[in-house]
Design a protein around this ligand. Sequence first.
Ligand code: PRP
Ligand code: URA
Length: 209
Amino acid sequence: MTPNVYPSRHPLVAHKLALLRSIDTEPKKFRELVREISILLAYEATTDLAVEPIEVTTPLGIARGQRLTQDIGLVPVLRAGLGMVEGIWEMMPGAEVWHIGLKRDERTLEPMQYYANKPVEPRVQLCLLLDPMLATGGSASAACTLLKSWGVRRIKYIGLIAAPEGIRRLQTDHPDVPIHIGAIDDHLNEIGYIVPGLGDAGDRQFGTG
Ligand code: PRP
Ligand code: URA
């Protein structure tokens, strides 16, 4: 396996990804699947979160437990990353949610930033960067560069489907950022879409295709 790249091997992810990809899947079902797969991928991506030991009183005695010690930021890349937030946020309700707006130029395929919203003084120890499609990798790379310019020292990228080209780009630009991905597909086509992929993740969620 390529270092720092973690394709999911979970049967539930594979099953749900197949449903997600289908041309017959309507936006409502598509959104449900994005949410569910994101939770599963975030579960896989967060097995090394820092914890500290605690004791809790049960009705029958004292139990040893653990408590998360890190502040976590969830960072969806607008627009398509939005659908990945809600389910993960339910699993870690103490997380902050920051937003980065990027749109690919259809001709050059380069991402253009149109929005950014973060706390004035960011203090999280870990950001989970959420963007479903890693195509050329330009958007994810630009988002990592922006997060680092804000002082974020630890980033994990979580996405649904990647092209090999996108993985290479993100690894080259940000070798410190692990890539947690639902599936790695075959290639990018001439207009920068992942093949076989699922089409346009934003349009399919928001019904704008
Ligand atoms: C899509 C997707 C990623 C980006 C991936 O966004 O959500 O952000 O493309 O492509 P890349 O790896 O080549 O940069 P898009 O620019 O279509 O915007 P949208 O989410 O608003 O539809
Ligand atoms: N963005 C998408 O939504 N789909 C792709 O296949 C590539 C970029």
